[in-house]
Design a binder for this molecule. Structure first.
Ligand SMILES: C[S@@+](CC[C@H](N)C(=O)[O-])C[C@H]1O[C@@H](n2cnc3c(N)ncnc32)[C@H](O)[C@@H]1O
Length: 207
């Protein structure tokens, strides 16, 4: 695991992340061809998908927000645009090339190069004990079963009582029973404007 030397800042970026993303798109597609199911989508999420993921977040409240599987930053850029000093934000990605893109685009943010199913230690180092929002871009159903169990246990440990785990998908509704079993309370929102069309699972643990 490695991380940015710069501590997480809630200050808005000065927009280096708005520059042309052509080469990042090509990188994403190449990774999809190389890695298939661990990337799961041939192109990054659309703006509509990103905004649907963010729709559950109350940015007026102080909170810790963690993004898992940030890729080239399609969701990250919309989070970063809305961060205020009362937020703490950490993006996690395990692909070194994507981490390089994220650090270039979001130089002021905490980008963890780590396996998102093994976050206990890295987050303890950062002093992050409780989290209100987990935005998950991981291909969760395709992860090894032990990784899914570790991810769910970690989420249950760190999520605040009113916290929510937001999971994006490009195979709408298919995995609803899978997320029902993991979390207990799950609501699905369709997102047509994405390639391919997908959606967001809003997951909460049954108390
Ligand atoms: C479907 S892509 C989503 C990328 C981005 N969030 C988006 O919406 O465009 C899945 C991402 O999860 C990353 N990933 C897969 N397994 C991971 C793991 N165990 N730990 C961290 N990242 C992982 C992949 O490298 C990829 O960037």
């Amino acid at each position: 695991m490695s991380q940015n030397p710069v501590p997480c800042s809630a200050a808005a970026e000065t927009l280096p992340h708005r520059e042309s993303q052509g080469s990042d798109l090509a990188l994403f597609f190449r990774k999809f061809l190389e890695k298939g199911r661990t990337i799961s989508s041939a192109v990054p999420s659309s703006r509509t998908m990103a905004l649907k993921m963010l729709s559950a977040i109350d940015f007026d409240r102080p909170s810790t927000i963690i993004e898992l599987g940030a890729g080239t930053g399609a969701i990250t850029e919309h989070i970063v645009d809305r961060l205020r000093p009362h937020h703490r934000f950490v993006a996690v990605e395990n692909d070194a090339d994507f981490v390089a893109v994220l650090r270039r685009r979001f130089p002021k943010q905490m980008i963890l190069h780590a396996d998102a199913t093994r976050l206990d230690e890295p987050l303890a180092h950062l002093g992050t004990a409780s989290v209100r929002y987990i935005l998950c871009g991981l291909p969760t159903p395709a992860l090894p079963k032990r990784g899914v169990v570790r991810l769910a246990r970690w989420a249950q440990d760190v999520l605040e009582p009113d916290g929510v785990f937001l999971q994006l998908t490009v195979v709408p509704m298919i995995y609803k029973p899978f997320y029902d079993r993991l979390f207990g309370h799950v609501r699905f929102q369709m997102v047509w404007r994405n390639f391919p069309p997908g959606g967001v699972y809003h997951c909460r643990f049954a108390s």
